[in-house]
Design a protein around this ligand. Sequence first.
Ligand SMILES: Cc1cc2nc3c(=O)[nH]c(=O)nc-3n(C[C@H](O)[C@H](O)[C@H](O)COP(=O)(O)OP(=O)(O)OC[C@H]3O[C@@H](n4cnc5c(N)ncnc54)[C@H](O)[C@@H]3O)c2cc1C
Length: 448
Amino acid sequence: MSHSRPRVLIIGGGFGGLFCARRLSRADVDVTVLDRAAGHLFQPLLYQCATGKLSIGQISRPLREEFARHRNIRTLLGEAIELDPVARSVTALRPDETTFTVDYDVLVVAAGMRQSYLGNEQFAEWAPGMKTLDDALDIRQRLFTAFEIAETLPPGPERTSWLTFAVAGGGPTGVELAGQIREVATKTLAKEFHSIDPEEARVLLFDGGDRVLKTFAPALSLKANDTLRELGVELHFGVHVTDVRRDGITVTPKQGGPDQQFGTRTVLWTAGVEAVRFARHVAEVLGAETDRAGRITVGPDLTVAGHPEIFVIGDLAGREGLPGVAENAMQGGLHAASCIRRDLAGRPRRPYRYRDLGSAAYISHGHALLQVGPLRVSGYAGWVAWGLLHIAFLTGVSNRISTVATWLASIARTGRYHRAFMLGAGDRHDQRYTYSSWDLPEPAPEGN
Ligand SMILES: Cc1cc2nc3c(=O)[nH]c(=O)nc-3n(C[C@H](O)[C@H](O)[C@H](O)COP(=O)(O)OP(=O)(O)OC[C@H]3O[C@@H](n4cnc5c(N)ncnc54)[C@H](O)[C@@H]3O)c2cc1C
């Protein structure tokens, strides 16, 4: 890499960062993609990884492999923690907690959003969100361990609470998770246990609105309601989850009325998102406006006011009419790259225009929704269209082939081939059996 060319630093190799870097692969710039994870993650299929349908390798691709053929693009593993807009540098944390600095001429912030607990951070201890590979593996562990623990318990409230799964949030992620957990219980595990009947597992979905998937046309989301009920998911609308504990949750009706308590040992949180920490720091040092979730206000070309050299794209870009979907991130990445190329050619930048290419949501085997302009598709046709769309956008040819093969195999045998989960090692303090350790006293300090 030469150092005489403009240096473009992209923070985040998600959908926005990936598409921006790809488009710059033949431009006369040196590109650095800095990500706190080593791979690009295909978030729309995280729930299939969490529920044992796909492996982590099938939904993520090493960024290093992705850009291996592009001599002007390098990737660095590190978490951006500090921006110095005067020196035009970003400081990042290595996994061993030492730091390094990367200089830039143009900065593209594409660091995405994280799960928000809406001011109740303490819920995170008992209710993982679903944004990262770690979350997916955590959920997989909790889900399958819950059935295992239930198998060892006598009938009664304790066993019932291990067989009760609560999902907070009726957006696409909550719906996908709830549907998949019922499928795990009624298909994958149905005949594998001797003491419990996995089909008795209760899956409770809580949402503040009056239907799931509110961003879809009402007719489609009502279909989703029906499909979930047919699957056996219990829908609770007009409520907020107001407490999450080790052994249960409290739910409060929005319109008033008494709280309800549910005994459950597995709570999954999909009810909100907020900007990642670094994005809040960026807004602060640049004096940029943000919305309540921390999205950074950007101008027509997706740059921050007063900083034509700093783009904010994808989920973090705060502007009217930009949804938090992969398509907006990809288009934003291409747009930032096009502005950089135009700058190099001495041509004026164009304003960013998001083109809505439609949305799709998976509900269960044979059921998905697809909404493209006036076109509305549900049921089996929606499911096939959903599958084709996701395969088209999955990163890496080998991931596409192996995902299609896994899907075909699981359609034929209703099996899940990636159910393996880890519980840690009982003899290592940093890796204790996470489930039982919740009930164990802290280890005695060394030397006693
Ligand atoms: C479970 C789930 C399901 C979804 N399903 C769909 C769907 O079906 N259709 C759809 O269109 N959209 C879906 N989305 C939304 C879609 O995934 C996002 O809109 C999209 O990923 C946003 O892209 P992005 O580039 O802005 O951020 P991301 O793709 O989130 O990428 C951000 C990247 O930044 C990195 N990063 C974060 N902080 C730092 C830091 N400080 N330093 C360095 N790197 C950092 C992260 O590791 C990550 O790689 C889903 C999202 C989730 C979580």
